[in-house]
Structure formats: C-alpha cells, structure tokens
Design a protein around this ligand. Structure first.
Ligand code: B4P
Length: 194
C-alpha cells in the first residue's frame, strides 16, 4: 500500500493534480473538500454545519472531518493506496490520520507540498469563482482561507518534515509540468499503471 498526502495552500492545485495521480497510479482519492461539498449539496445536518465555516473561509472542526475520513478509508479495504487531498489541515488531523493508518498496519509514505506564490493563488481562485458557483471562491473569502492556511495548516508541514516525509514541489508551472514533477517523487515508491 502507498499513501500520499498532497499538501498546499488553497488553489495550489491539490484537487487538479489528485485527479491525474489517482488515474495514473490506480490510487483512491479522498478529498475532504469534495466530501464536505457533497454533504452541503445534500443538505445533511453535517453539511449545514460545515457550510457555516466554509462560507467564512474557516476550517471545519477537526472532529467532523476526522470522522468523515475514517469511514471513507473503511469503505475501500482493498485499495492500492490513498491520495489525501486537503487533509490533514491541522496538526490534530495529522495525528489522527497517523493513528487511523497505524490501526490498518500502514502509514503515510510521502507528503508532496505544492508551492505557489500568493498572487497566483488568488488569481486562480477568483477565476474559478467566476464559473464554479462555489460560495468560498470570492476574493474576501479567499483571503481569509489563505490566512487560515498560514495559521493552522502550514504547521502540518513541520510535523511531516520532522519524519523526513515532506518534499516541496513547484506548483506554479503548467498542470502537465507540475504533474511530471510530482510523478518523479511518486515513482520512487510505486510505478504508474497507465
Ligand atoms: P478544498 O476543496 O480542499 O479546496 P482548495 O484548497 O480551494 O483547492 P485546491 O488546492 O484543491 O485547488 P484546485 O486544484 O481546485 O477546500 C475548501 C474548503 O473546505 C476549505 O476552505 C475548508 O473550509 C473546508 N475543508 C476542506 N478540507 C478540510 C479539512 N481537512 N479540515 C477542515 N476544513 C476543510 O485548483 C484551484 C484552481 O486553480 C482551479 O480552477 C484549477 O483549474 C486551477 N489550477 C490548478 N493548477 C493550475 C496550474 N498549474 N496552472 C493554472 N491553473 C491551475
């Protein structure tokens, strides 16, 4: 089993690159952003609660997100591995993920951190907001999301760096070139299937 965390600020391309990675390496994609947006669109109690945070550019409480991840991992027992996209976003989430994987006799093997200048992040997300209909892709919410990232999520990089698992990757090149750069690291662990 091979487990990868795709790490980076909002708009750094985690979702975009995860799609390529899961297809190329036959891995399972777990995106907490997608899971939360699905709950919001189905108007579940979890979704109604989560939306209050997402619309303000804030992180959803740890216990909500950790519960979602745990059941998602259990749903796919024979996975070749997982790509965690947008999770963990706090140190508490990172510790919880380690415990969940340890229970399944596996671990996080690699953390790829997409590095993109802040102006480029804002430009990408504002552009996406023009067509996505996402309520958190407006300029003032994007600015709050980036602040929340620096405050709560960036320390997660130190957590993984202490274990020697963190690799920075430039995320400001084209989607194809960024994918090539990510693949160089992943190929040290598993080979592409397509
Ligand atoms: P997410 O859904 O994870 O969204 P994201 O950080 O905005 O985007 P991502 O980095 O995946 O960027 P993308 O590929 O889409 O989170 C949304 C919200 O959910 C959070 O703010 C939070 O409230 C909540 N949440 C999620 N997970 C949570 C957790 N674990 N704990 C608590 N709360 C949580 O790319 C963005 C745009 O850039 C796209 O339009 C794309 O086409 C473009 N793009 C990508 N790569 C490009 C490139 N190389 N060149 C040009 N454009 C590019």
């Amino acid at each position: 089993m091979f487990n990868l965390v795709l790490f980076g600020p909002p708009g750094s391309g985690k979702g975009t690159q995860s799609e390529n990675i899961v297809t190329t390496y036959n891995l399972q994609h777990i995106s907490t952003g997608d899971l939360l947006r699905d709950e919001v669109s189905r108007h579940t109690p979890l979704g109604t609660e989560a939306r209050k945070y997402m619309d303000q550019g804030m992180l959803v409480p740890d216990e909500v997100v950790i519960g979602m991840i745990s059941s998602k991992i259990d749903d796919i027992p024979d996975a070749r591995g997982f790509v965690f996209d947008g999770f963990p976003r706090t140190r508490t989430q990172a510790e919880a993920l380690d415990k969940l994987l340890e229970f399944k006799h596996t671990k996080i093997h690699l953390v790829l951190s997409l590095e993109v200048p802040e102006q480029e992040l804002i430009k990408r997300l504002v552009t996406r907001g023009e067509t996505s209909g996402r309520s958190d892709d407006t300029e003032d919410v994007i600015t709050k999301r980036i602040k929340e990232y620096h405050l709560k999520t960036q320390p997660v990089a130190n957590y993984y760096n202490a274990y020697g698992k963190l690799e920075p990757v430039t995320g400001s090149h084209s989607i194809a070139d960024t994918f090539k750069a990510l693949s160089k690291h992943i190929n040290k662990y598993i080979l592409p299937v397509s």
